[in-house]
Design a protein around this ligand. Structure first.
Ligand SMILES: NC(=O)c1ccc[n+]([C@@H]2O[C@H](COP(=O)([O-])OP(=O)(O)OC[C@H]3O[C@@H](n4cnc5c(N)ncnc54)[C@H](OP(=O)(O)O)[C@@H]3O)[C@@H](O)[C@H]2O)c1
Length: 240
C-alpha cells in the first residue's frame, strides 16, 4: 500500500511510519522537520497551505495514495488566559485547515479509483472541551464534524474515513504538560490502538476505554453540570 502520513518525524506519526515500513508499505512522509523513515520524505509546514497543496498535487500526479493519515498536530501550553490571536489561528491551521489542503488532490484520485482510507487524528479533548486549551479542543472538535460529513459523502466511493480520538499518550506533545495526565499510555500502546482502529476500518474510535467512557458520560450531562466539572479544572490549571 502507498501510505501518506503527516507529522511523521516524531511521536505517533513516526511510530506508525516505523511499523508500516516494517510491514513493507511504501511511505510518503511529511513533517516540519525532516522525516527519515519514508521511501519519500518531505519537509513541509502543513500550515503553509500553498506549499502543501502543491506538494500533494505533485505526489498524486506520480503516485496513487491508498491511505492518508492526517496526524500532524500541535498544542500550546495549557492556560486560563484568553489565547492570543496568532497562536489560536496557528493551532486551527495546523490541526484542522491543513487537513482540507491535504485531501484536495488525494480525494479525487481515491474517488476515481473507488477505494481509499482517510485517517484523522482527533482527541478525547474533542468530546468534552478542555477550558485550558481553547484552540486545541476547538480544532479537534472541528475534526469530528469534518470526519462525519466526509464519511457519509465518501461511502458511495468505497472510501473509508476513520476518526481516532486518543487520550493521553507519551510523546513530545504530552512531555510539555505539567499536570498529572489520567490514563497516560506509552507511545507503543497508544499506537497499537491506532493501528487496530485502522485495520478494523473503524468509523470513530475513542480510547482508552475507561477514560473515553468517562468523558462520553460527562458529555451527556446537562450543560450546567458539565460547566461545574470543567470549572474545577480552571481554578487550578496546574492540576488539569
Ligand atoms: N500525544 C497525545 O497524548 C495525543 C492525544 C490525542 C491526540 N493526539 C494527536 O496526535 C497527533 C500527533 O501527536 P504527537 O503526540 O505525536 O505529537 P508530537 O510528538 O509533538 O509530534 C507531532 C508531529 O507533527 C509534526 N508537526 C507539527 N507541526 C507541524 C507543521 N506545522 N507542519 C508539519 N508537521 C508538523 C511534528 O513535526 P516536527 O517535529 O518537525 O515539528 C511531529 O512530527 C496530533 O494531531 C495530536 O493532536 C496526541
Amino acid at each position: 500500500m502507498n501510505i501518506l502520513i503527516t507529522g511523521a518525524s516524531n511521536g505517533l506519526g513516526a511510530e506508525l511510519a516505523k511499523r508500516y515500513k516494517k510491514e513493507g508499505h511504501t511511505l510518503f512522509l511529511i513533517s516540519k522537520s525532516q522525516p527519515t523513515l519514508g521511501d519519500y520524505n518531505y519537509i513541509c509546514d502543513v500550515a503553509d497551505f500553498e506549499k502543501l497543496r502543491g506538494l500533494i498535487r505533485d505526489i498524486t500526479t506520480q503516485h496513487t495514495i491508498d491511505m492518508v493519515i492526517a496526524n500532524a498536530g500541535i498544542s500550546y501550553p495549557h492556560s486560563n488566559d484568553f489565547m492570543d490571536f496568532e497562536s489560536f489561528k496557528h493551532t486551527i491551521d495546523v490541526n484542522f485547515i491543513s487537513i482540507h489542503a491535504l485531501l484536495e488532490h488525494i480525494l479525487p484520485q481515491m474517488k476515481h479509483n473507488r477505494k481509499g482510507h482517510i485517517v484523522l487524528i482527533s482527541s478525547l479533548a474533542s468530546i468534552v472541551a478542555s477550558p485550558t486549551s481553547l484552540a486545541y479542543s476547538s480544532s479537534k472538535r472541528a475534526i469530528n464534524s469534518y470526519a462525519q460529513s466526509l464519511r457519509v459523502q465518501l461511502k458511495p466511493f468505497n472510501i473509508a474515513v476513520t476518526n481516532i480520538q486518543p487520550g493521553f499518550i507519551k510523546s513530545n506533545m504530552t512531555d510539555k504538560n505539567r499536570f498529572k495526565m489520567p490514563f497516560l499510555m506509552s507511545l507503543e500502546k497508544g499506537v497499537d490502538h491506532i493501528q487496530y482502529a485502522i485495520d478494523k476500518r473503524k468509523k470513530e474510535y475513542a480510547y482508552p476505554f475507561v477514560f473515553a467512557t468517562f468523558i462520553k458520560c460527562i458529555a451527556l450531562l446537562p450543560n450546567n453540570l458539565q460547566d461545574l466539572i470543567l470549572s474545577k479544572l480552571l481554578k487550578n490549571p496546574q492540576a488539569t
